[in-house]
Design a protein around this ligand. Structure first.
Ligand SMILES: [Zn+2]
Ligand SMILES: [Zn+2]
Length: 294
């Protein structure tokens, strides 16, 4: 059977197929060995059931094919075509950025070499002024191309971050719509495997764009929900039993504290680069102003 068709479901008792330990009820990742189970961990790109691993540039990517993925959360799965297509675009932009950066370094090295060589040659041979200028112009060509490649690489990085931001935002909205309840930024950060400040800026941007709602609980905590969510329906504890895949037996659940034991933690992911933070700054400040109003 091709790898893409193997349904890697938990054991009938809900334990890990690899080490028989408990699974995280939200992500279906083994809390001990990290093995991924179930359709929610199926990669939309290579179709294998595999966990995601943190990545500096792509935030998270598939442990098998290396393409960008959103970590599994409480939603049913990662089968939103818009999200998956945008993630693929982010991967392409990242590849383009890497190639262009390498090209710019090579051209810079070559340009420096030709420039110094030409200057030495002109110093020794002392040709006519016009000849010297033409020779210098040609020698500078690799340096000019290096600058152009570097600029194009920066553009690709910006496109990558924009695509990642869009994909994660769509994923958050889809998850909140499925859950039909409001949750705190800290919990959403856990789903996304991002730091809380980064998640908060992402949520603030969605909020200011009127794509989700936020409320303040009696305890003063800000909670976020899909637009149709009833006002302040706070997070209820995870169910004591979770849905079982088609050919697996009943699955015992585990306490929500198990989630923190899983290998994928928000702190594993480095902060998305400054470009994203800069993009958020404006939304962040406007949201702060809104909150200060009586
Ligand atoms: Zn295991
Ligand atoms: Zn994959």
């Amino acid at each position: 059977m091709p790898v893409s068709l193997i349904p890697y479901n938990p054991n009938p008792d809900g334990s890990c197929r690899n080490c028989r330990s408990a699974l995280n009820p939200e992500t279906w990742l083994c809390v001990r060995c990290g093995t991924a189970h179930g359709e929610k961990n199926r990669c939309p790109h290579c179709r294998t059931v595999a966990r995601t691993v943190p990545h500096t540039a792509l935030w998270h990517r598939c442990s098998v094919c290396g393409k960008p993925r959103v970590p599994p959360g409480p939603s049913a799965g990662t089968n939103n075509p818009t999200v998956n297509q945008t993630l693929l675009q982010a991967g392409q932009s990242n590849r383009a950025a890497t190639i262009l950066k390498l090209l710019s370094y090579s051209l810079f090295g070559l340009g420096t070499f030709t420039e110094i060589g030409t200057l030495l040659f002109l110093w020794v041979s002392e040709p006519q002024r016009l000849t010297s200028l033409i020779a210098l112009a040609f020698a500078s060509l690799p340096l000019l191309l290096a600058i152009f490649a570097r600029f194009s690489a920066s553009q690709s990085v910006r496109q990558r971050d924009k695509a990642l931001l869009f994909a994660y935002s769509e994923h958050v909205i889809g998850t909140l719509e499925q859950l039909d309840r409001s949750v705190e930024a800290k919990q959403i950060a856990g789903w996304l495997g991002l730091s809380v400040p980064t998640t908060e800026t992402l949520l603030t941007k969605l909020n200011t764009d009127d794509r989700m709602r936020s409320d303040i609980t009696d305890e003063g905590e800000v909670v976020y929900g899909a637009l149709g969510t009833a006002r302040v329906r706070l997070e209820s504890p995870p169910p004591t039993r979770v849905a079982v895949p088609s050919n697996a037996g009943p699955v015992e659940t585990h306490t929500s504290t198990a989630a923190s034991d899983v290998a994928l933690t928000p702190s594993d992911v480095s902060e998305p680069n400054d470009l994203v933070d800069a993009e958020f700054e404006e939304a962040d400040s406007s949201a702060s102003k809104r909150q200060q109003r009586p």
